[in-house]
Structures are given as C-alpha cells and as structure tokens.
Design a protein around this ligand. Structure first.
Ligand code: 13P
Length: 250
C-alpha cells in the first residue's frame, strides 16, 4: 500500500571503518532497488556512512534522538544535530530502547515530535511482548503505542513517518511472525491511521515488519498487502542477505 522501504538496523555493531566496508559491499547489490533502502547505523558511524552512501540511493538513519534541541542531557544526541549532519531518518521507540533503557510511549512521542520538527523521517517501532500476544491483547497494545506516538502529528507530517511493526518475541530470536500474523497487525496499524487521519493517509503510510526477517522469509512477508517493507536486524549486516531482502520488495 505505502511505498516499500527496506531499512537495516545495525544496532550496536560496526566501527566507522567497518561501516564503510559494509556499505561499500551493499551499494552495488542494491543499485537497481525498486524500493527505498536505508541503513540505521550507530551515531559514531554516521559520518562514515554518509560518505559511503554518496552516489547511491541509500539513506542513513540514526537509531535514536533526544526531544530537546540542546541542553544538559549527558550522552544524548538531538534531532537537530542529526539533521545538521545530513542524516535523513531516525529509528524511534525500538523495543530494545523501551526494554533496556526505560523508554515509554510518552518519551517516544516527544522524540517523534522533535524528529519531525527537525525535518527527519521517523521509523517508529511498535510491537507486543510474547505474554501480551498470548493474552490476546496484541491489537490493543500496538494500537495504543501507535496512537500515543502519533499524538500531535498532523496528517501532512504523517508522510514522514514509517511505522515498523516488530513483535518483541520475533526480534533476534529466529522466530519470525507468520506472514498472516505480520499482515494482520500491519493492517490493524493502518486502521488506526485511518481512524486518526484519513483513508488516503492510511493507504500512503509505509508499514514495515521487523523481527527475524531474512533472505529466506522476506518474499512471503513482503507479498502481504499491508506489509510495505522491513526493518532488518541481523540480516542487514550480511550484504548478500540484505540485498536479497531488498530485491524482494517490489
Ligand atoms: P532481527 O532482524 O535481528 O530479529 O532484528 C529485528 C529488529 O529489531 C530490527 O529493528
């Protein structure tokens, strides 16, 4: 429905020199991509990544940003700083941020606001824990995360939001959601966008699936009508696998 976007989330992997090497390896393999391609790199790799993607269509994402423009926030990076460097995208609300670093729906909303104000495109992550799925509250959890994160986001601004549905139980576990499960929740998110905005805005929204997406299962997931791309962890560090996933997005 939305435009296909395949994004790698490198997480806490790769030095700047290794980032250059990985992007140089990916570049020729995705030169003919029919979708948008993004690499989400650690902050310190951003200069190397921006240099390495030159002459390609690959976009660069940061993996978080703070909600203030500047100030006494030791260890944080602002959306303004990222924009000033030339970064186009920022991943926000990843479950690892929520799980290990105390991020809440409210802080995610504040970061979304700051990123949009700075002119970045947001890859907003939502997804349920295994216990929540087993209790049958996946829809409620994902709808609530989505609604809170989009609080204050205008319909026009929604054009700079990509939503990544990442069931926490599928991340880094090798246990992928079935294509039906992924599509069901992506469709639910699209329904939330329709309720909040309009049918047209919901149809144009890019909704990715993430969680053990790999070269072997990407085509089936991406063939589903409401799955418009992928947010890829482990497989994004392997050029050939990442390229296979990109090739499946058309
Ligand atoms: P894996 O693809 O390694 O499961 O990670 C998914 C993810 O968290 C992407 O943000």
């Amino acid at each position: 429905m939305g435009k296909y976007v395949i994004a790698g989330n490198w997480k806490m992997n790769k030095t700047p020199a290794e980032a250059t090497e990985l992007i140089e390896a990916i570049k020729p393999l995705v030169a003919d991509a029919a979708c948008d391609v993004v690499v989400g790199v650690p902050f310190v790799d951003i200069p190397a990544a921006l240099e390495a993607v030159k002459g390609s269509k690959i976009g660069v994402a940061a993996q978080n940003c703070h909600w203030e423009k500047s100030g006494a926030y030791t260890g944080e990076i602002s959306a303004e700083m990222l924009k000033a460097m030339g970064v186009g995208y920022v991943i926000l609300g990843h479950s690892e941020r929520r799980q290990y670093f105390g991020e809440t729906d409210v802080t995610v909303q504040k970061r979304v606001r700051a990123a949009l104000d700075a002119g970045l495109t947001v890859i907003l992550c939502v997804g349920e824990y295994l216990e929540q799925r087993e209790q049958g509250v996946t829809g409620e959890v994902v709808a609530m995360q989505t609604k809170i994160a989009l609080g204050g986001v205008s319909e026009e601004e929604l054009g700079r939001i990509i939503i990544a549905y990442e069931p926490v139980w599928a991340i880094g576990t090798g246990r992928t959601a079935t294509a039906e499960q992924a599509n069901e929740v992506c469709a639910l998110i699209r329904g939330v966008a329709k309720d909040l905005y309009s049918e047209a805005a919901a149809a144009a929204l890019t909704i990715q699936y993430g969680g053990s997406m790999n070269a072997g299962n990407a085509a089936e997931l991406l063939a589903k009508p409401d799955v418009d791309g992928g947010l890829i962890g482990g497989a994004s560090l392997k050029p050939a696998d990442f390229a296979t996933i990109v090739a499946a997005a058309k």
